[in-house]
Design a protein around this ligand. Structure first.
Ligand code: DAH
Length: 339
């Protein structure tokens, strides 16, 4: 048995293979189930007990050596394979699929672009907010329905921490670190606890605007919004302001633009009225200025807030809000030319 082991040790030491097939043949010859080494192990039970220890050690050595040699030979081929001699450098490249910007990003960038030409800079704040920035600092009464569980997502076990329901929270974030003049727009994602359907989603996007300085008037607001509407929807666009209510503005208004689909004549989209609503706005309530550390006897301001999905729908007539978050590339590719 010892002789047999020595013989095999010599053979294994001499093992050579020129390619993967030869290597595989060696593996079968020595290490497969019916190979020479396992065969030897089978005979091990015939070894007299006093020799079992020594023979056992020798057989294991043989097996280790065989495995080591195989690994060495295999490595040799790997190095040879890696010399890339079969690379065809003249072959044309695979076509690269370019992505497209998301329609909401396209419209958001356009809104930012228009307002930055009017002197507005960007500001942002967290999506996971506290009650103070979303509601209290914005002059919401303690029992205002918007604070209700129906609308607001709360963080379990932290009733004070919520997902912001509007970007108006960034108004407060800005005012706490900056004194007027303030002229910012704040794009961002907001969350509301709504059942998802073609016209509502549990998250969507808004752009908030805030301008605070001495002698800011409603006329300034109206002028800026008219400019915005005409830049966004075309020079013929008309605007109208309807009185409304928001806790953080006084007076408050909602702004409609002449329907850009029928040109104001009346169609299914504007329900025959010729007008479509696009944003909420107003003069910043003096309470909001005071709550956020700005002297309302010196400063006044205006604010506005719009939904990016709404503006995008108007521009591109997307009928189902869910399309914006489903990542269907057939839908996204439709905006290729707008990029
Ligand atoms: N925060 C309001 C909303 O989510 C939108 C809004 C209305 C923002 C009037 C404003 C504003 O800044 O002045 O519906």
């Amino acid at each position: 048995m010892i002789d047999k082991i020595n013989e095999l040790l010599a053979e294994v030491n001499e093992m050579k293979a020129r390619n993967a097939e030869e290597l595989e043949a060696l593996r079968i010859k020595y290490l497969s189930k019916k190979g020479k080494i396992p065969e030897l192990m089978n005979d091990f039970r015939l070894v007299p007990p006093e020799m079992k220890k020594e023979i056992g050690i020798r057989i294991n050595e043989l097996k280790d050596l065989a495995q080591k040699r195989m690994a060495e030979l295999r490595e040799q081929f790997a190095v040879a394979d890696a010399d890339h001699s079969d690379l065809d450098l003249t072959r044309t490249a695979y076509p690269v699929q370019l992505g497209t910007r998301h329609p909401l990003t396209i419209v958001k960038n356009e809104i930012i672009d228009i307002f930055s030409r009017l002197g507005f800079t960007l500001a942002d704040g967290p999506e996971v907010e506290d009650d103070w920035h979303v509601f209290s600092s914005m002059n919401f009464a303690e029992d205002h329905p918007a604070r209700d569980m129906q609308d607001t997502f709360f963080v379990e076990s932290h009733p004070d921490i919520i997902l912001r329901t509007h970007t108006s929270s960034v108004q407060s974030r800005v005012m706490e670190v900056q004194q007027p003049p303030i002229r910012v727009i704040c794009p961002g994602r907001v969350y509301r606890n709504e059942a998802i359907s073609y016209r509502a989603h549990c998250f969507f996007h808004q752009v908030e605007g805030l301008y605070i300085d001495k002698n800011v008037s409603f006329t300034d607001l109206k002028q800026v919004l008219l400019l915005f509407a005409q830049e966004m929807f075309g020079n013929d666009t008309k605007i109208r302001l309807r009185p409304s209510y928001f806790p953080f503005t006084e007076p408050s208004a909602e702004m409609d633009i002449s329907c850009n689909i029928c040109g104001g004549k009346g169609c299914a989209f504007c329900k025959g009225t010729g007008w479509v609503e696009i944003l909420g706005c107003g003069m910043v309530d003096p309470n909001v200025l005071e709550l956020n550390g700005i002297d309302s006897s010196i400063y006044s301001g205006y604010a506005f807030g719009m939904g990016i999905e709404r503006i995008t729908n108007l521009k591109y007539q997307v009928k189902d809000l869910r399309m914006f978050s489903e990542n269907d590339t057939r839908f996204l590719r439709e905006f290729e030319s707008a990029n």
